[in-house]
Design a protein around this ligand. Sequence first.
Ligand SMILES: [Fe+2]
Length: 197
Amino acid sequence: MKESFSLKDLPYKYDALEPVISKDIVLLHHTKHHNAYVQGANKALGMLESARQEGREIDMKAVLRDLSFNLNGHLLHELYWENMKEYSEENKINTELLEILTKHFNSYDNFQREFETAAKTVEGSGWVVLFKDKEGNLFINQVQNHNLLGIIGFKPILVNDVWEHAYYLDYKNERGEYVERWWDVVNWSVVLDRLKV
Ligand SMILES: [Fe+2]
C-alpha cells in the first residue's frame, strides 16, 4: 500500500479533560472509535491499491464511500483532539481571537450561541465546525456523520464531535449539557493558529 494513516498519541493524558469529559470516554473514543476510522481508511485505500496492482474492477462506489466516511472521520478526530486542552476552570479566550470572532458574529456571545445551537441540532451523528474561506470569512456549519454537508475548500478551524460516543457515558442523552461545558477544554491558541495559516 502506498499511503496509510496512523493514530497519533493525544497531546494530553487521557484524564486531562476531566471533569468535562471523563478518562473512560477519551480512552474509548481515541483507541476504539477514532482508531476504527484510521483502520477503515487504510482498508479502503488498500482495496483501491490492490485492484490497481491486479488490474481488476471493484465496487468503486462502495469503496469510495467507505474511504470518504473513514478518512473524514480520522481527520475530524485529529482536529478535535488538537483543538482541546487540559481542563482549567478559567479557560479564557485570547484577545486577538475574541476580536476576530466579535467582528464576524457581532459579539462573542453570538458566536458561542450559534456554535452551540448548531451542535445541539445536528441530526443524528455528526459534527459542528467553524470554517474559514480563502478571504478569512468565518462560517459555522454542521457535518452529518463525517462526510455529509461539509463545504469543499473551506478550512476547519474549530470542531466539536457530537456523535453519542463523544459524550454518552458522561452525559447520557443530554447533548446540550456536553456542548455547553465543552468550552472549558477548548484550546483557543490552536484555534487562533489555524485561523492565521
Ligand atoms: Fe468521535
